[in-house]
Design a protein around this ligand. Structure first.
Ligand SMILES: CCc1ccsc1-c1ccc(O)c(O)c1
Ligand SMILES: [Mn+2]
Ligand SMILES: [Mn+2]
Length: 258
């Protein structure tokens, strides 16, 4: 769905708030904090920004953000008995609504001392998102996103989760176009004014996942680590505008359009 100029203005405001939640929480991500506490800190910040969480109550989700630790792929439920420890890798996924317009973003946080595999998995996951962001402009086919991500991830001996995808976003949390993170044959062509997320989930082992009995928590089938990064992007005249960009976020120069 193509957004009008006034809708784009509102989406930029929402995107900034969602990015600020992830910037704000950074200093709290240390050993011995519970994921429930992280949820509450983020919830209160969102309220202070006169916004609301889009996750709370969405299909019955019980908390305000998703926190997915280690082999949890996505939709981890904040829990007072889940205490972060040194070596954990943690995805915090934030979706807020401000004046009816959504913005959705997530990133990885490394707790204390993490091992080389954890660091490499997070790096490749983030770079796969950046490589896809770098090709975005009106006229390119949507399937190029999945092609770029899957090629980069598999060339680095990791795998791409297939069960979950990126999505159009605006007045609704999820709308067309749906954005696959692996090779596909979508006929959709990117147009100026399109707004959607790209949110690749990358596993250290097999791409296979399974949902836990709580009906939410998704884990890797082989218990390997998983990492995810997500941005909400706007397709512009000559490229894209990352609406959930963080102030100190930088695309390593090797990914800047030559
Ligand atoms: C907790 C929100 C939720 C519930 C069912 S799917 C989902 C979700 C979580 C993170 C997302 O980035 C997303 O697009 C959807
Ligand atoms: Mn998200
Ligand atoms: Mn999303």
């Amino acid at each position: 769905i193509i957004k009008t100029e006034s809708e784009i203005k509102k989406m930029k405001v929402s995107g900034k708030i969602a990015a600020e939640v992830l910037e704000m929480i950074e200093n709290y991500i240390k050993p011995n904090i519970s994921t429930e506490e992280i949820n509450n800190i983020c919830h209160n910040f969102i309220i202070k920004k006169k916004a609301v969480s889009a996750c709370l109550g969405y299909h019955g989700f019980p908390k305000s953000i998703c926190i997915s630790v280690n082999d949890v792929v996505c939709h981890g439920i904040p829990n007072k008995n889940q205490i972060l420890k040194s070596g954990d890798i943690v995805n915090i996924d934030v979706t807020i609504i401000k004046k009816n317009y959504h913005a959705d973003t997530s990133k990885m946080f490394l707790v204390g001392q993490t091992n080389i595999l954890s660091q490499r998995l997070c790096k490749i996951a983030q770079e796969s998102l950046y490589k896809s962001l770098n090709i975005l402009k009106p006229g390119i086919p949507l399937y190029k996103i999945g092609e770029v991500i899957q090629n980069y991830v598999e060339n680095n001996n990791f795998s791409v989760v297939k069960e979950y995808c990126g999505h159009g976003i605006g007045r609704a949390f999820h709308e067309e176009p749906y954005v696959l993170h692996y090779k596909n044959k979508s006929h959709v062509i990117l147009e100026k004014g399109m707004i959607f997320t790209i949110e690749p989930m990358i596993n250290a082992g097999s791409h296979e996942v399974k949902c836990m009995k709580d009906g939410w928590t998704v884990k890797t089938k082989d218990h390997s680590l998983s990492a995810q990064y997500e941005h909400t992007v706007l397709i512009t005249e000559n490229g894209c505008d990352i609406l959930t960009w963080q102030k100190n976020e930088k695309i390593p120069s090797k990914f800047i359009n030559k």
